[in-house]
Design a protein around this ligand. Sequence first.
Ligand SMILES: Cc1cc2nc3c(=O)[nH]c(=O)nc-3n(C[C@H](O)[C@H](O)[C@H](O)COP(=O)(O)OP(=O)(O)OC[C@H]3O[C@@H](n4cnc5c(N)ncnc54)[C@H](O)[C@@H]3O)c2cc1C
Length: 398
Amino acid sequence: MPHSHSVPPHPASGQLPYPDADLLYLQDLLSPAEYDKLLTARAFFQSEVRPLAIDYWNRAEFPFELLPKIAAQRIGGAASMSHLLGGLIHMEFARADTSVSTFYGVHHELFRAAIDQLGSTDQQRDLLPALDSLESIGAFALTEPEHGSDISRGMTTSARREGDEWVLNGVKRWIGNGTFADYILIWARDEADQQIKGFIVESSRRGFTAEPILNKASVRIIQNANITLDNVRIPAGNWLPGTRTFRDTNALLLDSRVWVSWQAVGQQFAALDVARRYAADRQQFGRPIDSFQLIQDQLARMLGNATLSVSLMVQLARLQETGRLSMDQAALAKSSITDRMRETVALGRNILGGNGISTDFEMAKIFADAEAIYSYEGSHQINTLLVGRAITGVSAFE
Ligand SMILES: Cc1cc2nc3c(=O)[nH]c(=O)nc-3n(C[C@H](O)[C@H](O)[C@H](O)COP(=O)(O)OP(=O)(O)OC[C@H]3O[C@@H](n4cnc5c(N)ncnc54)[C@H](O)[C@@H]3O)c2cc1C
């Protein structure tokens, strides 16, 4: 049933028109109960996450005090939630802050999802409750210092079976949550059959070390780590039985690419939110700058990009519902939406003038965080090459 729509009053009253910037009324695609859930999530992200994020981002620290509050939201926890609602909630999370949304995505969409989809019943019974309450935190370690885009081909981290144990050796890079996670899902090549498999490694294991990656200019709240595994011994039961070859990660990586594409939409609405508020308040030449045609042109381009992006994601959610989504569509979304995102955040940064490069004004954080989204979960080029393969039938990178 459609929700009632009325275009809110002019900014002179303090409130901007279309406060959520949903000009297409995409909210109509949700049931009233789902829309209520979206509004509850948005209010939580905007009131609890967003205000903390600027200072934590500047200090490159993680807001641990948010964990119980995030857990109570049960984001993505309900199996009955539609893909569209789940996606829009991820979008709203990134709209408030991309680092905290990435923390949760790595924990929930990668580590928890791996246990849920590929783990044994014992692993699920032992790990899932504390993962859901965020009393235990997970990380997902695929990338290595010498292998990023070509990790499935070049992985050097090794796993050797010795009796009732596995012995892991290697180095991982960029691992989100890696400095404080309780469990790290390590992807390693089995020396016996040369296949890539997943192993749950407790961070307390002897031979495991995690060094923080310092001085990042993007997603500074996320605690990324370089991880070293020096003859780390784990019980045989720590191998994820659903991971016999790298291909077994396909469904997992498909879902996480969709999640990151929703992030790239949220990033654009975040830029739009900050830019149009600023443009309504900032006076030059004796009037608010949002009354200038060139500022309106930039705001219209930002909204156009964000709206095109969210519209594409709505169709992806439909394909997920009917089980027809493949990596072709997920790569198309990641590739094309992150292109739009880069333009959108650059326009937003410009609208704030000099204040657009000060991290005290939020926009510089949004601008910088877009760069991480552009490069992770398959870089822009790799996703573009996947689309190229889909439409030509020819792989340019394998
Ligand atoms: C903030 C952040 C968080 C991350 N979190 C995690 C995490 O939790 N776990 C994890 O495992 N990894 C994580 N990563 C790693 C991420 O997945 C990699 O950065 C990504 O896969 C790219 O790999 P790379 O950085 O080694 O770049 P490279 O693969 O070295 O690529 C360098 C450049 O070359 C381009 N390129 C590569 N191959 C080709 C080609 N065939 N044709 C054209 N261009 C090409 C790329 O697009 C890129 O522009 C994270 C990264 C960042 C920045």
